[in-house]
Design a protein around this ligand. Structure first.
Ligand SMILES: [Zn+2]
Length: 256
């Protein structure tokens, strides 16, 4: 039996197949932990979004590394980065994908324990008020000092580019794999789905880019889960499986 397995592996190597979880060293991925420094992001129950997303981002980093990817973080510590500094790295490193990691919050206290779930966004203008509200919260700090006209110019420059379609596909694969992982281990994690949104952090990178909202800090149950290592592991593994799936499909489509 061992001999058969050995022959099979040798044949796979000869055929140039890395197999699942094989060497992916040709792929560069840039992971962005949202906020940082003076910008805490969402804050609830004594917990800050900037700390949570850094913890998760470090796990995502390790997971990508173990699969053989070249992976870079926009921030590996509690520092603030300006708009452009984050996505510039994705272009500079010629990343295949750019993933920004955030946590969500709502303003209406009476609904704190009703609103929960995992959502993945790709850049697109939308009339959906909910997406606009979430984007406005996430945009607040990165857009400081940029006037309205410049904001419109920035966003219109990329909105019709081909990367929108690929970003949408990437978002679907990542969202599905996160949900599969989380629901395999935890009860009733809500699937908030894939949504378009005008997130400025996604504007600058000229490559498939998504923003993951890993859950709501304003929801007590979700906040407690989010700060556990096991829950973070499931999210991190889901994100990496989603990127694997996206890149494998993309490879079949265009042979890159
Ligand atoms: Zn955020």
């Amino acid at each position: 039996m061992t001999r058969i397995l050995w022959v099979l592996s040798a044949l796979l190597l000869l055929a140039g197949c890395a197999g699942p979880g094989g060497n992916r060293s040709d792929y560069v991925v840039v992971i962005d932990a949202g906020h940082g420094g003076h910008d805490s992001g969402a804050y609830c129950g004594g917990k800050k979004e900037k700390d949570l997303v850094l913890q998760i981002t470090k796990k995502v980093y390790k997971e990508f590394k173990s699969e053989g990817y070249k992976v870079y973080l926009t921030r590996g510590s509690d520092t603030f980065l300006k708009l452009g500094q984050r996505t510039r790295m994705a272009d500079h490193k010629d990343a295949k994908v750019f993933i920004s990691i955030h946590a969500n919050a709502i303003g209406d206290k009476s609904r704190f324990d009703q609103v929960e779930g995992v959502e993945t966004y790709f850049l697109q203008k939308t009339r959906d008020e909910r997406s606009q509200r979430i984007a406005a919260r996430e945009n607040a700090s990165v857009l400081q000092g940029t006037d309205k006209l410049s904001q419109d110019v920035i966003i219109d420059a990329v909105l019709n580019g081909p990367k929108i379609i690929q970003s949408h596909k990437l978002a679907i694969d990542v969202q599905q794999n996160m949900m599969k992982n989380l629901n395999g281990e935890y009860k009733a994690v809500k699937d908030g789905g894939v949504r378009p949104g005008p997130f400025y952090i996604l504007v600058g990178a000229s490559r498939p880019s998504i923003l993951v909202e890993v859950g709501y800090l304003t929801n007590t149950k979700e906040r407690q889960r989010l700060f556990t290592s096991d829950y973070q592991d499931e999210i991190a593994e889901g994100i990496v499986s989603g990127v694997n799936r996206y890149l494998d499909n993309r490879k079949k489509e265009i042979g890159f």
